[in-house]
Design a protein around this ligand. Sequence first.
Ligand SMILES: [Fe+2]
Length: 246
Amino acid sequence: MNMKKLNAALLLLALIFAACATPAAESNEKEKEKPLKEYTGEPVEHVFPDLPYAFDALEPYIDAKTMEIHYDRHHRAYYNNFINAIKGTELENASLEFIFSQMSKLSATIRNNGGGLYNHNLFWEVMAPGGQGEPSEELKNAINRTFGTMDAFKEKFNNAALTQFGSGWSWLLVKEDGSLAVSGTANQDNPLMDTEKVRGTPILGLDVWEHAYYLKYQNRRGDYVQNFWNVVNWDEVNRRYSKAKK
Ligand SMILES: [Fe+2]
């Protein structure tokens, strides 16, 4: 084969390869960009919530400086980053619950910051100065049915918090069938996300990122987790339980 013929053969091979390769590459891209379901609920305006109490209200269990930095820096940053990520997109006025149900199709920016926004919204609300109320009869019965006793439930919840490697959350959640479960999630994930194995509606959550406790407790995550029970707002947990069960 002379050089001219060899070059022509190589060119032909390259063209065949390109013709075969292009659709495959496109199909991989399409795989990554599966269409989102259309949001058909009420339009949501995402707002940065007020903290329901003063920075020092959860002392001595959670110190004022931690609360200030946690709420005003961390939570606010999640909110701002999330708003920037959804601005001008079809998700701009979609609910967080809807967004989480499509999580596997969305970016890490939306996952981390949307999760960070929702999780902290819930976290502030399920705490109150000195704790508030107690589990309702209905919730107590469900906890006893699922975990045996209230203490056994707390142990399981604490264990999820303590064994979460690195940053994350522990949760009490209501599964789709109305039953309760405890789970731990990494980073800013939560049980509403379609990326989670244990899915449902969270009704109690504990932030175990170091930013939530390090100033006061340093590496003693166990003491922080134990003290959390002194500030749980059971009235709010009961309300969320009743709503999630409907
Ligand atoms: Fe946090």
